[in-house]
Design a binder for this molecule. Structure first.
Ligand code: URA
Length: 273
């Protein structure tokens, strides 16, 4: 990018705006509001290097306190109530920057709960998880083993969600504070849905739900346990590669196929029990 942009004419300004969009800079916001009109601190005389303050570290972002009248997860008795309650949490920065609260898609009676990381741009626009290119690949992967989010029969359907219910600006990785804020709501979702098996898509949901720091390449395809708050007993958890990763690295689709077959076998064994 040039040091100084020529925005002297509307056409030139439009050109550079389009260029930023093409580069993926489609949000003009940071996680927290910044008052650019606030008075700048007075400039002090330059100090010798030894006395100069260290560069300011960004303050850790912590979850903001809820207002007294904010709804609580345990007040919600259906997924619709849960979504409606989450939608009102405007004290949480991500809620303010997102267009929609993205909770679930699919059949809530399903045995399989698929868990991704966070909604992306398409999901934020439509208010449903996994509806972009990665979601379309996910639908094809599920269809290959006889599952779909649209099926009415709980034996053939899935429910899809994320560990974060709002899009982080610019699709950046969610922070620990953001994931922690959603955790009690995610626990309530587990309590309401009572999945028989959880499939995590990618590293972030796997690490959170299986409680391990290991990377997804080591964990994918291994049957783990999810002992998250909200579950009466640990639930089998199968980590898989995220479909967005598979779009970028199609050679690893064969690993995903192995994992899908493992999920199919698990469900067939449940059917035969
Ligand atoms: N990626 C995710 O992890 N979740 C979505 O809903 C969409 C893309």
């Amino acid at each position: 990018m040039p040091d100084k942009l020529d925005i002297s004419t509307p056409d030139a300004a439009l050109f550079w705006l389009r260029w930023q969009l093409d580069m993926g800079a489609d949000e003009a916001i940071a996680p927290d509001p910044l008052d650019r009109l606030a008075a700048a601190p007075p400039k002090s005389a330059p100090q010798p290097a030894a006395q100069r303050a260290q560069p300011a570290q960004p303050a850790p972002i912590t979850a903001p306190p809820a207002p007294e009248n904010a709804p609580a997860p345990e007040d919600c008795h259906t997924l619709e109530e849960l979504r409606a309650a989450l939608d009102t949490l405007h004290h949480f920065p991500l809620r303010r920057t997102a267009r929609h609260t993205v909770l679930t898609d699919g059949n809530p009676a399903s045995r399989v709960l698929l868990v991704g990381e966070a909604p992306g741009r398409e999901e934020d626009l439509k208010g449903r998880p996994f509806v972009g290119r990665a979601g379309q690949l996910l639908d094809r992967m599920l269809a290959a083993i006889g599952l779909s989010r649209g099926a009415g029969d709980p034996a053939q359907s899935v429910l899809i969600t994320n560990v974060l219910f709002w899009r982080p600006p610019g699709n950046r990785k969610p922070t620990e504070a953001e994931l922690g804020f959603c955790a009690p709501w995610f626990a309530r979702l587990l309590e309401l849905v009572k999945p028989r098996v959880i499939v995590t898509l990618g590293g972030t949901p796997t690490q959170r739900l299986a409680g391990t720091p290991q990377g997804i390449m080591r964990l994918r395809g291994k049957w783990l346990q999810c002992a998250h708050e909200g579950l009466d007993a640990p639930v089998p958890l199968l980590p898989m590669l995220h479909p967005a990763y598979l779009l970028r690295t199609p050679v690893h689709k064969r690993l995903a196929w192995r994992d899908l077959l493992s999920l199919r076998k698990f469900l067939d064994d449940l059917d035969n029990d």
